[in-house]
Design a protein around this ligand. Sequence first.
Ligand code: RTP
Ligand code: MG
Length: 140
Amino acid sequence: MAIERTLSIIKPDATKRNLTGKINAKFEEAGLRIIAQKRIQMTKAQASVFYGVHKERPFFDELTTFMISEPVVVQVLEGEDAISKNREVMGATNPSDAAEGTIRREFALSLGENSVHGSDAPETAAFEIGYFFSGLELVG
Ligand code: RTP
Ligand code: MG
């Protein structure tokens, strides 16, 4: 097993409902260490570049509009197999498919408003961490 870093975002539906602490507790209980964290509100252009892989998808405008609707908390999680571990803790994209005890099962409102984002591979994690954080901000 390798120590990895992954980019997590606590999405607008969750920051709006004051769920940051409860979501962070799930990460920490799973052994993921929050080594960087900040609250930001993205512009449409910033959200569109971040979710650029989805730009041809029918939900792209809905997704980027949602992601700028309220502040988000961007964070870097570190730990053994952090990328897949984080996605396990998050649960399936659609909360109705998410396993018991996962963040999306417990907190998500819908497929779109699903409370958290997590990088899906080492290459995307590297891009996404660099998109929001400088090396000096990662305090492992
Ligand atoms: P994320 O990137 O946010 O961690 O989520 P994911 O990997 O589980 O899902 P992905 O396929 O990458 O989709 C990104 C986000 O787009 C929204 N979505 N809406 N209306 C729809 O059909 C639809 N499908 C996806 C969700 O917020 C999803 O998390
Ligand atoms: Mg994704």
